[in-house]
Write a protein that binds this ligand. Structure first.
Ligand code: SAM
Length: 264
């Protein structure tokens, strides 16, 4: 139940109301390269210098930087010189090993865009890829992979996530008795990498769509890493359902029905 204090001053409603502004400020600073520039400069820079380097207006950049200071993504000295916080150096600059840059860009370009259609999604009871991207709502990965650039971004974004959480997920189960592991829908191999790191005697075969496998080999898994191999193909719909590759987007009822159909 809400307290009288909440009703007199609805702080929580103001926070929810402005929540998307916070996300968009962070996405914009990432997209313009603010955190990368400040990491490279190894110190602080004035807003004028940042605007000049990044080719933006001075007034727009100054406002963006001050908003980032308010969000504790940057620090400011003498109201003029800006520098990254430890958090930004570690997670928002592109070159950091734990960088979440690609994940944030995926959220900014795809997820943020789709959520504009949440009202329609609730009305229709289905995803809105058709409205958002002109792609069939049945073909979720067609929407994610609508261009090679978007596909690569999606792959980087998954790996960014696993660079933080992968170890805990893999360690949550004792996989030591299994030395030959098959990762269905293994994508860029973020989990496979964590798996061979925790279980050095294991080998992992990543199964995924041919174009995903091709990019994973070219960009994500070094050829000298012999413990990770690939198998390209396209699973039929019933297999995809069984493997829960895409069921995160499905209704619970459809999942149960598809499993029962497969069982029967
Ligand atoms: C939600 S992503 C998960 C990726 C990976 N397991 C991870 O967590 O990093 C689902 C993966 O399934 C793959 N996929 C989707 N449909 C497929 C199909 N019909 N056959 C094979 N792979 C498919 C996608 O390319 C994508 O890599």
């Amino acid at each position: 139940m809400s307290s009288t204090q909440d009703c007199d001053y609805p702080r929580i409603l103001f926070q929810y109301n402005n929540g998307f502004l916070v996300s968009k400020i962070m996405f914009t600073a990432c997209e313009l390269g603010v955190f990368d520039l400040l990491l490279e400069s190894e110190g602080s820079l004035s807003s004028d210098a940042i605007a000049e380097h990044l080719g933006t207006s001075v007034s727009g950049m100054e406002r963006l930087l001050d908003a980032c200071v308010g969000l504790k993504l940057l620090e400011v000295e003498m109201k003029t010189f800006y520098r990254n916080t430890e958090l930004s150096n570690l997670y928002l600059a592109k070159s950091s090993l734990k960088s979440q840059y690609h994940r944030l860009m995926y959220y900014s370009k795809t997820v943020y865009f789709c959520w504009q259609y949440l009202t329609d999604a609730v009305r229709d009871g289905k995803n809105q890829y058709e409205r958002a991207f002109g792609m069939s709502s049945e073909d979720i990965f067609g929407a994610f992979y609508r261009s090679e650039k978007e596909m690569i971004q999606f792959m980087y974004s998954l790996n960014a996530f696993w660079s933080i959480c992968g170890r805990d997920v893999i360690a949550a189960f004792d996989l030591s008795p299994f030395t030959v592991i098959y990762d269905l829908g293994g994508c860029a191999g973020g989990l496979a990498q964590e798996c061979i790191s925790l279980y050095p005697k294991s080998t992992v075969t990543i199964y995924d769509l041919p174009k995903v496998v091709q990019v994973a080999k070219e960009r994500f898994v070094p050829p000298e890493e012999r413990r990770i191999t690939f198998h390209e193909g396209k699973l039929g719909l019933s297999c995809v359902r069984l493997c829960r590759l895409v069921q995160c987007d499905w209704l619970q009822k459809s999942i149960k029905t598809s499993l029962l159909n497969l069982k029967g």
